[in-house]
Design a protein around this ligand. Structure first.
Ligand SMILES: [Fe+2]
Length: 305
């Protein structure tokens, strides 16, 4: 019994962050405390080390890259983007530069693909597809960041530089107060015959909102053309600020038909775009990924927090 009780409190679902970070007011308070902290602390301009863990590239105390990797497609200024992000929880209209896209694709073509759950490493996506064929436990996601090696590959170096792009870092800094850490994931989402439960354990294909921390924002880039049949992301506009009490106190996952009764139809936004297309999202809004049906998706996810 004592053991059971102990495990109950050790359950990550009951961590302070998990309980309280879902409330907008507490996230806003956290933002202003970060700004104050930054103002009064001595500025340490030395960038933190780059690390890898759980197929994720991590950078602490990021400093902006010298080169530009991202372009803003619209005539929005950074301030306009921030306003839109605060209002909608989403800003669409980023693009990786052509040069960045070409380099990323070239490096990812020669990259090992890793699936930890099946303990498999593949040389190519064709090899993954072969493995997945008639397999009841397919690799629905394979990752390109190799955390089994301490050394940082050219691909990983480029991903780190993109994540520290001046435009992205400046928007994230302004949105959050300031950015302490960046986590980057680069992965293929495959077309395969997976039962929904198996895929859902690897990829968030049901509507949910994230509760990683008191402040976080994501930038996504597609490296393949994406629509609802090829792995596009979907978000409920404005739901980072507006949730039912039931949404806040229960699971972060929600039933789609129930969400459709509460939020206006036009707020369900499938983010479609060609290779290189990107967007910024406060993923405390409800969102999900569409499982690819026609074409696989290669996507870069960068979390600032
Ligand atoms: Fe999520």
């Amino acid at each position: 019994m004592i053991n059971k009780k102990f495990n109950f409190f050790k359950n990550p679902n009951f961590r302070i962050v998990y309980i309280f970070a879902r409330f907008k007011i507490l996230r806003t308070l956290n933002k202003y405390s970060r700004i104050l902290l930054e103002k009064f602390s001595k500025k340490d301009l030395v960038m933190g080390q780059i690390r890898k863990k759980n197929l994720i590239l991590m950078r602490n105390k990021p400093v902006a890259s010298e080169e530009n990797y991202v372009e803003i497609q619209t005539d929005y200024s950074k301030e306009d983007i921030l306003k839109k992000l605060k209002k909608d929880g989403l800003y669409e209209g980023l693009n990786l530069t052509k040069k960045t896209c070409i380099s990323l694709k070239k490096l990812s073509d020669n990259c090992k693909l890793i699936h930890k759950r099946n303990n498999k490493v593949f040389k190519s996506l064709d090899e993954v597809n072969l493995f997945n064929n008639n397999n009841s436990k397919p690799c629905t996601i394979v990752d390109l960041i190799d955390d089994s090696k301490e050394s940082i590959s050219d691909l990983e170096k480029l991903l780190d530089q993109i994540s520290r792009d001046e435009v992205l870092l400046s928007i994230a800094n302004n949105y959050l107060g300031f950015v302490k850490n960046i986590n980057t994931r680069f992965a293929w989402s495959t077309v395969c015959n997976s039962d929904i439960k198996w895929r859902a354990e690897e990829q968030t294909i049901d509507f949910h909102y994230d509760i990683h921390d008191f402040g976080f924002v994501y930038v996504f880039f597609y490296l393949t053309d994406c629509d609802e049949l090829s792995g596009a992301h979907e978000v409920i506009i404005g739901s980072h600020k507006k949730k039912k009490l039931k949404h806040l106190i229960n699971s972060a996952k929600s039933n789609e038909s129930e969400l459709k009764k509460y939020y206006d139809k036009e707020n369900f936004k499938i983010v479609k775009g060609n290779s290189g297309y990107g967007f910024i999202e406060d993923t405390s809004a409800f969102h999900k990924a569409h499982a690819p049906i026609k074409k696989p998706r290669l996507a870069l996810q960068i979390r600032y927090y």
